[in-house]
Design a protein. Structure first.
Length: 324
């Protein structure tokens, strides 16, 4: 979840650096809603899917809706290690009931978004973390570099090609609207990861929205992790805040399962979501991309010494042979 924390820490503290986004274990955005700064890796395809119970009530309009929601996201790394494309689909099916005894079934593709994410800055790239073989405390103490986040940018488009009952008021059919996002990610001692997303969605439409997502993840071992998340939305048509929590379990290096629950702060409407999901990846075509860490001045010093030794050495034909 957001990256297996134990494995990522090992990767970031090795002397030989990996110039890649691919990790030894799956790097998933589930079960939270925020995007991590790191990509899945070139030629890696990853599927993140989930099924959720949905309960919606409105205290003023006096209606309720109960049903299920399905998420299906595909991530693919291509061209460069830092780049990935992301397709996000959300389908919902529920039963809508109002105070005038009207009951109807609503179903349809609620949202569909296609975008690109690129890692702009990685504070650990080409950085050599010196390991103290005599002090565990020295290796795991706080370091100021950990405050420097990895930074990614995201650009995408909302694809709305058909009418469905979940469109907000004023939304136009067959309208493509842009979405942009700034992503940061920090890794702290104790297997803590903090991710933030600041975004603008449906740009140029009547439903343009500003928002943020802040996710704090804690790894308990190399299998279990849990998270807390806060999401805020601000727009002319709709503004709200959500609080989510959940956990994930790493089945193997390419498969993760998860569960979560989410609740908003308002009652106009009041939302409750609870569900489970899985993340799976294929690394069949992936090839490791490696670079060596700088070797420092020792090699240069050694080469200078070797040169001096070579100068002092006499050629064999310069050595005088004494006659017996």
């Amino acid at each position: 979840m957001k990256i297996n924390l134990f494995a990522l820490f090992i990767v970031l503290t090795t002397i030989t650096k990996v110039n890649a986004q691919h990790t030894d274990v799956i790097n998933s955005n589930r079960p939270g809603e925020s995007m991590s700064a790191f990509a899945v890796g070139k030629t890696v395809i990853q599927i993140e899917s989930g099924l959720s119970y949905v309960n919606e009530k409105h205290s003023i309009l006096d209606y309720s809706a109960t049903g299920f929601s399905g998420d299906f996201n595909v991530r693919y790394g291509f061209f460069k290690e830092q780049l990935e494309t992301i397709l996000e689909l959300n389908y919902q099916n529920d039963t809508y009931t109002s105070d005038d005894f009207i009951e109807s079934t609503r179903k349809g593709l609620k949202t569909s978004t296609l975008g690109l994410k690129y890692l702009v800055y990685d504070p650990f790239k080409n950085y050599e973390e010196k390991v103290n073989l005599y002090s565990w405390k020295a290796n795991y103490k706080f370091k100021w570099r950990q405050l420097i986040p990895a930074v990614s940018v995201y650009a995408g488009a909302n694809l709305n090609f058909s009418s469905n009952p979940f469109l907000f008021g004023g939304e136009e059919i067959s309208r493509i609207s842009p979405k942009g996002m700034l992503i940061t990610q920090q890794i702290f001692p104790g297997a803590w990861v903090f991710v933030t997303n600041v975004f603008i969605d449906k740009v140029g439409t009547n439903n343009q929205t500003l928002g943020y997502i802040a996710t704090l993840t804690k790894g308990f071992n190399d299998k279990w992790s849990a998270y807390l998340e806060n999401k805020g939305l601000q727009g002319d048509y709709y503004a709200d805040g959500f609080f989510s929590t959940g956990a994930a379990y790493l089945v193997n290096e390419n498969l993760q399962v998860d569960a979560y629950v989410s609740k908003n702060f308002k009652t106009t409407p009041d939302f409750l979501f609870a569900g489970f999901g899985l993340s799976w990846r294929s690394t069949t075509n992936y090839k490791d991309v490696m670079i060596r860490a700088p070797k420092g001045d020792k090699k240069k010093d050694k080469s200078k010494k070797d040169k001096e030794k070579d100068k002092k050495k006499k050629r064999l034909d310069e050595v005088q042979v004494e006659k017996p």
